[in-house]
Ligand binder design. Sequence first.
Ligand SMILES: Nc1ncnc2c1ncn2[C@@H]1O[C@H](COP(=O)(O)OP(=O)(O)OP(=O)(O)O)[C@@H](O)[C@H]1O
Ligand SMILES: [Mg+2]
Length: 982
Amino acid sequence: MSAHQLIITQRAELLTVLCGGGSAEPLECVLDLLLAWEVLVWEDYLNIRVAEKPLCSNIRQLLDVVHDKGEDACSLFLAAINQVLPEEQKAGLCFGKGCAVVGKNRPDTATLMLLVDRPVLVTKLRDNIDGALNVLLTTGCFTIQDCDGVQLPVYTPSQQVRRLLDQVKFKGETAAKTLLQYLEQTEPSKPKPEDKENHLSADCLLYQKKLRSSVAAQSLFLSTYGGAGRFSLDDIYTDGLLEVVDGSGETTTLGLEDMVGPIGTLNEDADTILLSGEAGSGKSTLLQRLHLLWAREALLTNTFLLFPFSCRKLNAEHRELSLKELLFLHCCWPDRSQDEVFQFILDHPHMVLFTFDGLDEFKHGFRDEERHCCPTKPVPIPVLLFNLLQGTLMKGILKVVTSRPQAVGPSLKRYLRKEVHLNGFSPSGINCFVKKHHSDPAMARRVIDSLQVNTVLLGLCHIPVFCWIVTKCHQELLGGQDGIPQTITDVYLLALQHFFQRKSSLSQGALGKAWLEEHLDTVLKLGQLALEGLEASCYVFSGNELQRNGLTEQDVSMGFLIYCNDLSVTDCKHYEFLHITLQCFFAALYVVLNCNNNCSAISRLFQPQHRQLSGLSQRCLGHCIDPSVEEAESHVAETPNLQITAQFVSGLLSQRHHSLLLDCCPTAVRERKFKQVAKSLSKGMQRHFKSIPRPVKGEKKSMHAMPSFVWLIKCIYEMQDKSIAQDAVAKLDVEHLKLTYCSIGPVECTALAYVLQHLRNPVGLQLDNNSVGDVGVEQLLPCLHICHSLYLRNNNISDEGIRKLLEKGVKCESFQKIALFNNKLTDACTQHFACLLKTKQNFLALRLGNNNITSQGAEQLAEGLSYNQSLQFLGLWGNKIGDRGAEALANALKNSTTLIWLSLVDNGVGSAGACALAKLISQSKTLDELWLNKNCISRDGVECLIEALKMNSSVREVWLRGNNLSPEEEVELSKQESRLIF
Ligand SMILES: Nc1ncnc2c1ncn2[C@@H]1O[C@H](COP(=O)(O)OP(=O)(O)OP(=O)(O)O)[C@@H](O)[C@H]1O
Ligand SMILES: [Mg+2]
């Protein structure tokens, strides 16, 4: 049905909803939108909004006017209603197909600007009417009568703003300009310090002081260092790699201070910033750093109040709370003037920041259903949290939320202002961390050196939590009796050994060979607690729960559990594992070592459809389980932890740890579990392969991996069993394997290479938009021989990574294509490409766009190209090769009998370069397309190209958009040669 008809048939219903409750607000809001979208002109508005007439006749008038304006106006009217009415009032109404409101250019007069921004201004000015009137009065735009007319007490604040805007429009352009200027000055993002101070009462300042000192106290020490104070955050904090992807897909590196800044903003209207990163990548620590710096007034100086929350701890809150109670009970209690402090928060959202750590640990999956906007009404915690995140409650307050990436679904993504990725430590970050950890420089050097010779371990250290363990366990590591750790299971076993060693050296000296068996009882008790906790999304345990699991003081004193003393909701002592990944590790130990369980725990871990709460965890962790959240959706969030647990289970069942587990678990049981895991992994892989669609005609058969593909590969890697890896990919028959945006870092590269090297036939491996880095590239080398193409766009790779890659690449017969768009390459890598091109006479495509290659690099490439007779595609888009570089390349490629496609877009190439390229055109028999957009070629250069094209019939297109030519020249030149494209 057309919008026109919808308005006619639903006239009575529309009248009812717009009249609903007798408030004029819905109608006014619709009118604001229709004015802004230019559906109504000012005269229409004045005719509709007649104060003397009853509301329903105003609405009828509006319906008539819109009806008369035709179909477009009708559909925009329906869109406005859809936007304005609350969900429950829209039930039963039909809004038609909907329509996009086309963003027009900003108008050029201030009066029109106010009209276009009217819907936003009504909200913005509501708290500022006095200030605006004051300015209008003092500048002579308004009289006292005007001001009084606006501020009549019968009007609501929104109506007062509309009266004010109407009056400004009536007064003309100067008044409009004055108001716009005033609005600019009071822009919330730039509060002036002196304004801020003026509005602050002594009690608010007192509260800020108390909050700052409580936040500082909480964030001074890192919990993984046992709070013993040996390492304050200041001493150990090392910057991680923080990145944001903007709307056009460009990645930008951020500093801590940019977390809440404008860089990378995708949705201006949303207030929630997501910090995402894999387990142990340092999200909580980064947030802690942010809190500490705020508390010291060293960062976020525009933020007056910062309220830190931990989702893990919110899980334990079962009361219904209002926002006010949440802030004051969970963060900091105001000793005086509670209401005033709270009012300040409500009135100054732009000066307040909320942080929520570990959304993935919150046992309720994000829901976008129940709306709640009243800051003083108590509601269940999930309702409060979700409404804060999506902005129904406390719009305008920025919230920073951390989560593992898998736990953020599309329903929450809609409400994100931006998403910042934390990719762990860079190689230099690792060194820096080790140096901070070891005050003895000689020891730091030894640890660093041992990492350099074991790149698998170096890859692992790129995740801070692994780096922490490796550094902490340096003695066991450098002692090296059990071989160098290769898997995360190895690393965590090292940690386990370290903690037991520490304890026993206090009493009886060194640990014996059978150390695990000696401590089996403690391990099993902790393991049971850990597993039940994970299955119920429970990460904080009371003393009673510990007792119920038989854990004694002595078990606790081993150091795997720590007090969590800031759980202000309850009085009794609470404990958590040093890190959640350690909880996963203990859970895995329990799954593997407990002889009483049947194999259902393994099924639950490896087959998602079996993931349900076990009877056991329901019994023991009753308090953690909220009966309202036992639906499937609530378990989405914990899947990453169960996946990590499954990885550890795979690792513990590996042959490598056979002798360690020998006396802890009967061999028959262990073997049964091993077979079950191997079978689950094989089945999981088969399921993936079945999902591969049939190849589209003319395209390669390709597989786009699902996120759990990488997890399966990581489990296989943990098993360190060549035959399992071989079997896993034996039946994989694809030409192209796509793993873009899969959070692939060095650790994942190690696992991928371990498995993919067994592929039967060469594939194209597409790893674009991950964080492979140089260390990851090195990890990929074992599977390079089976890659015919390698796509590594946007992966933080530098020249050093390329050196290692190509050293191996030249020797790999199948390796024929590489794409490295948007990395950190400079002229230092081009000699390696030159060598590759010289040596490999079957290499087909080299794409190096958006790097930092200059004329020197191009000259080096040219050196290699002049010896090559295979390359078909050469892409250097977005470098800086200039005329000299273009000349060198053209010269080298003149005799190529294979080159089909060449791109030198955006490279500072001028006419001299173009003339050199003209020679290439005149000689080439194969060139099909030449891309020269966004350069500085002028008429002379193009004329050279035209001359050359006269001698060449193979070239189809020469792209020249964005060069130094006038539109007239472009028309004239394209008439001379139709293959030139401007
Ligand atoms: N920037 C850092 N500087 C120094 N150490 C760090 C840093 N980031 C993390 N660590 C170390 O790694 C450990 C794990 O980090 P953290 O708990 O912040 O990871 P996370 O990303 O929050 O993990 P999860 O996803 O499990 O919540 C920390 O306890 C600390 O020991
Ligand atoms: Mg965390």
